[in-house]
Design a protein around this ligand. Structure first.
Ligand code: SF4
Length: 468
């Protein structure tokens, strides 16, 4: 069936749900998936967990200007969310999704925020038995900061590194591997899970196999490599995704680099047009796909519908699985055969590494264009952004970001207003994305002899003025 896209009116009035009154956190997602015939064997969303993750944007500011940035033209002018409101939002999404929820502490870049406040936000999330992850471009995520946040309860650090960031001194994705290595070293040994985010666009699509190979070779350090496909949304200068980039082509590219045919069919994570998931086991340089027996894993996930699996711990997952299988011997037989097969495949690696086993997850996230929001996908969304009024699908949020980030907020000190008054010269520094490109274009068009006029123009640019 062709997708039914949200109209502008539907986007404007997209509902923010209330928390489930009975504490059945997974029920709303389960019901939504069922309504779209997606509650199929192998589905984990709404069955094993209530939501994929919630993004808590604690600042709208960023120290980069990515060509595919999801932030808005107004973002740089918005003041950081009051701490009190940050705490209130943490409590609010806890009421929606309960303990165990993955929380992206994000922005903008969250490390631009007051660092004491950042640590307190991480601690608040952890105190609610949720799982805080720092989503950062890494520039200010120093080892001392990561240590401090770890002490506050941080579980994961997700580094965004790719060519859309146009970092000076890095001419290719291969060159950026040096930076990825540096970031891995910063977090190594802190007992943090290390994640990497890569935006897939025309400029690096050919590098996806190389990147998958890079991450697979570091499965002892890196836990998750997420590939996000270009989407026409936000303030970035790049817009429509080229035809060559599809879920299928990205899956093939990752498989090529990982050296295995990764099906990305199991487990099912929410809507398959949004999310694709595959796992790799690695030991002593030998790797093998985890979920290649799709029927077995569908049976296991169905049998374990009441079981909570820890997505981040092999040991806990194996223990939960063992308990489950003791009550289902035919399934136990199939699982044992699978286990022995994997053991045999990995034998030399296990011998070489002294039995050390690592898991790497490859994830493909297919964000939608702001003008083409598929209603079914929005209704079954597993990636939420927290707003003043509640959590909302990240794709819907990005399509009308200003209506959220420019909202007044009531605090104990009165009404907090997001936009700060900025002199136009400072507003120029805040120009990012398309508006910056337009401004530079305007400036270049002025003849060189008008240097005085150029200066004047910088101070008075209509674009700069419109920001204040
Ligand atoms: S954020 Fe968008 S692409 Fe991701 S799960 Fe939600 S609707 Fe799908």
């Amino acid at each position: 069936m062709p997708p039914s896209y949200l109209t502008k009116t539907e986007i404007a009035h997209w509902p923010v749900p209330a928390p489930p009154p009975d504490g059945d956190f997974a029920r709303p997602l389960k019901t939504a998936l069922d309504g779209h015939d997606l509650l199929v064997p192998g589905q984990t969303a709404g069955v094993h967990w209530a939501i994929g993750c919630v993004a808590l944007e604690i600042t709208q500011r960023c120290n980069l200007d990515c060509t595919l940035c999801y932030l808005s033209d107004q973002s740089e002018a918005v003041q950081d969310l009051p701490l009190e409101e940050g705490f209130r939002r943490i409590d609010a999404f806890h009421a929606h999704y309960g303990p165990g929820t993955n929380v992206q502490v994000t922005g903008g870049d969250p490390t631009l925020r007051n660092l004491d406040e950042l640590a307190r936000i991480v601690a608040r999330v952890a105190a609610k038995q949720m799982r805080p992850a720092l989503f950062t471009n890494g520039i200010r995520a120093t080892r001392p900061l990561l240590k401090r946040l770890k002490a506050a309860g941080l579980k994961d650090v997700a580094f965004h590194v790719d060519m859309t960031q146009e970092r000076k001194g890095y001419e290719s994705e291969t060159a950026l591997n040096a930076l990825r290595e540096e970031y891995i070293a910063r977090a190594d040994g802190l007992e943090l899970h290390i994640l990497f985010n890569t935006t897939v666009f025309d400029g690096n699509f050919a590098d996806v196999p190389m990147l998958a190979q890079f991450f697979a070779a570091r499965a002892d350090k890196v836990h998750l490599a997420s590939f996000q496909m270009q989407a026409d949304t936000g303030r970035g200068v790049l817009r429509a995704r080229p035809d060559i980039i599809t879920q299928q082509s990205v899956m093939r590219a990752i498989s090529r680099g990982a050296g295995h045919r990764l099906g990305f069919d199991s487990p099912i994570v929410g809507h398959p047009d949004c999310n694709r998931y595959a796992g790799l086991l690695s030991s002593g340089g030998v790797t093998t796909p985890i979920f290649d027996d799709v029927a077995l894993f569908a049976a296991l996930f169905a049998a374990g519908a009441q079981q909570r699996f820890d997505r981040y711990s092999i040991a806990k997952s194996v223990w939960a699985g063992t308990k489950l299988l003791l009550g289902n011997l035919p399934l136990a037989g199939r699982a044992l055969a699978y286990f022995l097969r994997k053991l045999w495949t990995l034998k030399w690696g296990l011998l070489k590494s002294g039995g050390r086993l690592h898991k790497l997850t490859f994830y493909i996230h297919n964000f939608m264009d702001e003008a083409h929001l598929d209603k079914a996908r929005c209704e079954t969304c597993i990636f939420m952004t927290m707003t003043r009024d509640g959590p909302i699908s990240m794709c819907v949020h990005n399509a009308k970001r200003d209506s959220f980030i420019l909202q007044d907020i009531q605090t104990g000190d009165g009404t907090w207003t997001p936009l700060k008054q900025t002199p136009s010269r400072q507003a120029l520094k805040q120009l990012k994305g398309r508006r910056r490109a337009a401004f530079l274009e305007e400036k270049r068009a002025l003849p060189p002899q008008h240097s005085h006029a150029r200066k004047h123009h910088e101070g008075d640019s209509n674009i700069a003025k419109s920001l204040v």
